[in-house]
Design a protein around this ligand. Structure first.
Ligand code: NAG
Ligand code: NAG
Length: 345
C-alpha cells in the first residue's frame, strides 16, 4: 500500500472511531422535476433531481400544509422513522454527437439499497456536546446550481473519482486527497462518489430563511470535525447532515464518445458542465423525537436500538411516480436534458 493511501485509510478509521456517525442507505424514491424547497408549486421545476425519503414528497410541502411523518405511508430510508426528504441534481453524459443520457446510480459498498444515497448524521468529535435535532418544518439548502466558480463551492462538497467499484466502505474522509470541486476530468473505473455536506450550526429560531441558507452557518473557527465552536449568531449545534451519492459512470468511459478536445462530458441536470453548481436540499421529517433519541443515544451506523429499522427490501419498495411526466433519458438518448435549452459544447 502506498504511504499516502495507508495514511488516508488510517484517517478514515480514526474519523469513524472518533465521531459518532449514523450512516444509512436510502433507496431512490423518485427522479422528478419538482423542488418544493426552491420552486414550491412549480410543475415542472427547472431541473431534474433524485429524491429519497418519505413518500409525501410533493410539488408543494410547506410545514403548515404537510407533516412528512403523518402524510407519508412509507420511506425509502432504512431507518423507518425517517420521512425526511433529501435530494440532489442528477448527472447527464453528453455524447460527442450532442445527445444526453442519465448517469445511473448505485448503492455504496455495504448497503443494499437501490441507487439513492448514503445519508450521514454526524455528531462530531465532542461526545459530550449536546447536539440538537432539527425541529419540525426545518429545511435547508447547500450549494448553488447557478455557481460556476470553484472558490464559491462550500467546503464539504466534492467529487471523488473512484479507481474501482470496491472502494472501502467509508472510502476515506470526504473532500481530501485528490477529491475535486469540479467534475472529474478523466474516466473513473469505479464511478464517482459525490459528497454534499451541510452546515452544522443553527440560529435556534428559524426553520427556514428566504435563501434557505442564512438560518444555518458553519463553525466560527476550525471545522465541524475538529469541534469548532458555532458563531454567536448561530449558537445551536445541529447534526452535520452529509450525503454521498454514487454515480456509475463506467458505461461512459469510451473516450471516442468524449468531446474531441478531451474535455469532460458530464453535466449537472441544470446545465452545468463545470460541476461547481453542486448542491443539496434537505427537508426534515423524522417522526416525533426519533432523531433526538438517536443523537442522545450516540447512534452509529445503520442499526441502533433507539431507532426502528425496516428491511432493505421495504426501503427499496417505497417509490413514487414522476409528477412531471417526461422522458428522463434513462434508456434513451435525449436531444436536450429535461427543462434545459441546449448547452453549447
Ligand atoms: C400532492 O399534492 C397534491 C395536491 O395537493 C395532492 O392531490 C396529492 O395527493 C399529493 N401527493 C402525495 C403523494 O402526497
Ligand atoms: C449518439 O451517440 C450515442 C452514443 O454513442 C449513440 O448511442 C446514439 O445512437 C447516437 N445518436 C445519434 C442520433 O447519432
Amino acid at each position: 500500500m502506498h504511504l499516502k493511501a495507508s495514511i488516508a485509510a488510517l484517517a478514515a478509521a480514526q474519523l469513524a472511531a472518533a465521531q459518532e456517525l449514523m450512516r444509512f442507505g436510502c433507496s431512490q424514491l423518485t427522479i422528478d422535476r419538482i423542488d418544493p424547497l426552491v420552486n414550491p408549486g412549480s410543475l415542472p421545476s427547472p431541473h431534474v433531481h433524485q429524491v429519497i425519503g418519505g413518500n409525501s414528497f410533493n410539488v408543494s410541502m410547506t410545514p403548515e400544509s404537510l407533516d412528512p411523518p403523518k402524510a407519508s405511508t412509507c420511506t425509502s430510508c432504512t431507518y423507518s422513522e425517517d420521512f425526511s426528504n433529501y435530494w440532489t441534481a442528477n448527472v447527464y453524459f453528453k455524447a460527442r454527437n450532442g445527445t444526453y443520457k442519465l448517469v445511473p446510480q448505485f448503492a455504496n459498498l455495504g448497503l443494499n439499497v437501490k441507487g439513492g444515497m448514503t445519508v450521514y448524521y454526524i455528531r462530531g468529535y465532542q461526545p459530550s456536546a449536546r447536539v440538537t435535532a432539527f425541529p419540525p418544518g426545518f429545511r435547508m439548502l447547500v450549494g448553488d446550481p447557478n455557481n460556476r466558480e470553484a472558490s464559491r463551492v462550500p467546503s464539504g462538497l466534492c467529487f471523488r473519482c473512484e479507481e474501482n467499484m470496491q472502494q472501502t466502505p467509508f472510502g476515506g474522509a470526504p473532500c481530501t486527497g485528490a477529491d475535486t470541486k469540479a467534475f472529474p476530468k478523466s474516466t473513473c473505473g469505479g464511478g464517482w462518489r459525490v459528497t454534499v455536506t451541510f452546515p452544522s450550526c443553527w440560529d435556534g429560531k428559524n426553520t427556514d430563511s428566504p435563501d434557505h441558507k442564512s438560518h444555518v452557518a458553519y463553525p466560527q473557527s476550525g471545522s465541524f470535525e475538529s469541534g469548532g465552536p458555532c458563531p454567536a449568531s448561530h449558537p445551536i449545534k445541529i447534526p452535520q447532515v452529509m450525503y454521498e451519492v454514487m454515480y456509475d459512470t463506467r458505461q461512459f468511459n469510451n473516450k471516442a464518445e468524449w468531446p474531441a478536445d478531451g474535455s469532460q462530458p458530464f453535466y449537472w441536470s441544470h446545465g452545468d458542465n463545470t460541476g461547481y453548481g453542486i448542491h443539496g436540499d434537505y427537508v426534515f421529517g423524522w417522526e416525533g423525537d426519533a432523531l433526538q433519541r438517536a443523537m442522545d443515544g450516540k447512534c452509529g451506523g445503520d442499526r441502533c436500538s433507539p431507532l426502528k429499522r425496516q428491511s432493505d427490501a421495504d426501503a427499496i419498495a417505497c417509490t413514487k411516480g414522476q409528477s412531471a411526466r417526461e422522458d428522463l433519458g434513462t434508456d434513451k438518448w435525449l436531444t436536450i436534458m429535461p427543462g434545459q435549452s441546449n448547452v453549447p459544447m
